[in-house]
Design a protein around this ligand. Structure first.
Ligand SMILES: Cc1ncc(COP(=O)(O)O)c(C=O)c1O
Length: 391
């Protein structure tokens, strides 16, 4: 009946690209439950295992006991409470900025940041593989979206040089790409931004907790002075929830006054803000965790490459195993489940057509036995003819 009155979009989707919510329990833990099985979890972004930290859980419970279960309103009305200022002050110290603002999620942060700073007359230069929240933020801003080839400063310069000198320009890039696990060429990109007078925004969602003693890739490379606004999220290595923007007082005040995803949304509940605050402390107390995770990742990636798997240009804790067809990825995913391992099965439109992949998100709390289990499972997978090559 509905179809007769209104043709629903997306009904032409390939069967192997249709998604459904998997019946998973304990999703952030090192072992999750799936179809009655206990599986090693390489699908979550809880890279450092902090979502299960006793100290963070206790901080979250303390926050609930003191402030209740909801903030009750937007921050600008009555939804503010002292933990929020404590979290934003901690963020300023963490990112070494004058000001910071917490948003309801990383997605809401990118929407709010881009729709505030960009406008109809702006050009926003964005890496082709930037996260969906960045793309949506640019769309919402109504600015001209200028997509440059992935991690390609030459193409970026070619596009920058073609545009009018006086047009206001913004550049935004993920620092670690979520589905490819490679890093943005920040020094080259930021040099171009200086040359062409471009406002710079970085999304450190997947670098936070891992690089730069947890502070992100920009800090690892000592490029803080070249960034106008740092964006990130508490939802990945920080094991909590909520997004943030950190930068000058002027930019943050503008966001407070203009970012609609901040203004017109109830602020985060105390449990989440309390957890985020403790997580920032935990990350700073254990700066060795990021390098340890990168070491594990490097060894496993080399092993996968020796077995003949295509790991793209990954250099971080995120390792794609690219298989082209969605069918091949689903088959490999099912075989890994048989071997006791749960990975992300990533298909278009999340990744471009013909580049479906397993996404391994490694974790610092994996033991060497668990790394061995993964190696063995992929070794077995490599011995059968890939589905992509089957007739
Ligand atoms: C690069 C990047 N930016 C932003 C987000 C959105 O963050 P959140 O999940 O906190 O909304 C994500 C999460 O998937 C991400 O990968």
């Amino acid at each position: 009946m509905t179809m007769e009155r209104f043709p629903l979009p997306g009904t032409d989707i390939l069967e192997s690209d249709i998604r459904s919510i998997p019946g998973i329990d304990h999703g952030p833990d090192l072992y999750l439950e799936f179809q009655g099985q206990r599986l090693l979890n390489l699908a979550s972004n809880n890279y450092l295992g902090l979502a299960g930290s006793e100290k963070i859980k206790e901080a979250s419970i303390r926050a609930v006991e003191k402030f209740g279960t909801s903030s009750g309103a937007s921050r600008l009305i009555s939804g503010n409470y002292s933990l929020y200022s404590a979290l934003e002050e901690a963020l300023c110290r963490f990112k070494n900025t004058a000001a910071a603002l917490v948003f309801g999620s990383g997605y809401a942060a990118n929407l709010g940041i881009l729709s505030t700073l960009a406008h109809r007359k702006c050009l926003v230069f964005s890496d082709r593989l930037n996260h969906a929240s960045i793309i949506d933020g640019i769309t919402l801003s109504r600015a001209t979206h200028v997509r440059y080839r992935h991690a390609d400063p030459e193409h970026l310069e070619y596009l920058l040089a073609k545009k009018p000198v006086q047009a206001p320009k913004i550049l935004i890039t993920d620092t670690v790409f979520s589905m490819d696990g490679d890093k943005a060429p920040l020094p080259e990109i930021l040099n171009l931004c200086k040359k062409y007078r471009v406002l710079t925004i970085v999304d450190e969602a997947h670098a936070t907790g891992i690089f730069g003693k947890g502070r992100g890739l920009v800090h690892e490379l000592g490029l803080q002075q070249d960034i106008d606004l740092h964006m990130g999220t508490f939802s990945k290595a920080l094991g909590s929830y909520g997004g943030y923007a950190a930068g000058s007082r002027k930019l943050v005040d503008l966001l407070v006054n203009r970012a609609r995803s901040f203004i017109y949304s109830t602020s985060l509940p105390p449990a989440v803000v309390g957890a985020g605050l403790e997580a920032l402390q935990q990350i700073q107390a254990r700066p060795e965790q990021g390098p340890r995770l990168l070491e594990i990742s490097c060894a496993l990636r080399s092993h996968l490459q020796e077995l003949g798997f295509d790991t793209g240009s990954s250099t971080t804790q995120i390792i794609p195993v690219i298989m082209k067809s969605s069918r091949a990825v689903l088959q490999a995913h099912a075989e890994l489940v048989q071997a006791g391992i749960y990975t992300g099965a990533i298909r278009p439109p999340t990744v471009p057509a013909d580049s479906a992949r397993l996404r391994l998100a490694l974790r610092a709390d994996m033991t060497s036995q668990e790394v061995e289990l993964v190696k063995k499972a992929f070794c077995k997978l490599s011995t059968r003819q890939p589905l992509d090559e089957q007739k």
